[in-house]
Design a protein around this ligand. Structure first.
Ligand code: GLY
Length: 316
């Protein structure tokens, strides 16, 4: 976006009555729960989050319930069970959660456990740590009662075997459909979850942005929350989700905050990145925002009894 356009967008944000900046607190959206998720698999994720709300769940419960849906869906090849493996045929999973108190839990390079998002929540709630990786994360999951299973399906194995013949480097936008779920409950509290099998046919040991607090996900219950999907390496280098929340703190409208965070990535790539990143954000007053670098991006928004998919165009 050109600087002039950005200033225009910001000015609209500044004019909104609920968007109060500086030392004044942003008004809290209450009794109007929201669930905002990435991509079209966000729709069933949102449904699960809404059921969690109906059963008395808070924002963290809803975000986790939502993220578990694509994790278990073998037709989604970028998350959990059925996710495409690394170069060597291992499905390695990354996930994190962050709640309204600023607590966070995360797992990276986790293998053979179907619901990394729930393991991440256990890390947050049952340990003194934020992040467990690899074999340690797997052992911790088993100690918490998670079952071990082979996450490579017949379909993902066949896709990997086909890929192995030519070993074509996958372009990042072909393979990154992380599910990120942001939720605001009836009390106005915010939480989020993020889970992925990462870059298809990646190097063994590669970890993306998803389990890195501040990169794939960030929640600040006073201001808002944000989450990412797309090329994790570039999200990490710009601490993307933290940046979106900090920009909202500075007074940026949620969409303008997502755009400005992406503009920094675009600038780093001389105005012409060949990959996709998208952000979603919820501000404390219930205003949502989203932006993506190029092509298009879809997010699912559940609010006021409607769960709907929205398509946006890239900044470039
Ligand atoms: N955004 C997911 C990843 O890069 O692994």
């Amino acid at each position: 976006m050109k600087r002039r356009d950005f200033i225009k967008t910001s000015a609209i944000g500044l004019a909104a009555p609920s968007a109060v900046f500086g030392k004044t607190k942003i008004k809290t959206n209450k009794n109007n729960p929201i669930i905002l998720s990435t991509w079209d698999h966000g729709l069933p994720a949102n449904e699960a989050g809404l059921i969690s709300f109906q059963n008395g769940g808070n924002a963290m419960d809803a975000a986790e319930a939502g993220a578990r849906i694509p994790e278990a869906d073998i037709t989604i090849t970028t998350v959990g069970f059925g996710g495409l493996p690394d170069k060597q045929g291992n499905v390695t999973l990354d996930a994190c959660v962050m709640d309204s108190t600023g607590n966070a839990g995360s797992v990276a390079f986790l293998q053979n456990i179907k619901h990394p998002v729930s393991v991440a929540r256990k890390v947050m709630e049952e340990t003194k740590h934020v992040m467990l990786v690899g074999e340690g994360a797997r052992q911790f999951a088993l100690s918490q009662g998670f079952e071990e299973m082979d996450l490579l399906t017949d379909e993902s194995k066949a896709a990997w075997e086909k890929w192995k013949k030519k070993q074509r480097e996958m372009t990042p936008h072909e393979t990154h459909d992380t599910i990120s779920v942001l939720a605001q409950d009836k009390n106005g509290d915010l939480a989020g979850a993020c889970t992925t099998s990462g870059w298809a046919y990646k190097m063994h040991g590669r970890v993306g942005d998803c389990p890195i607090i501040g990169a794939g996900l960030f929640v600040d219950n006073e201001i808002g929350c944000a989450a990412a999907t797309g090329l994790g390496e570039e999200v990490i280098k710009t601490t993307g989700s933290f940046l979106v929340v900090e920009l909202m703190r500075q007074g940026y409208d949620p969409t303008a905050a997502c755009e400005e965070a992406l503009n920094r990535v675009i600038k780093r790539h001389n105005g012409n990145p060949d990959f996709q990143i998208a952000y979603i954000a919820i501000r404390k007053d219930g205003k949502i925002g989203s932006a993506c670098i190029k092509w298009s991006f879809e997010y699912a928004l559940a609010r006021g009894g409607v769960n709907k998919l929205y398509k946006i165009k890239g900044l470039l």
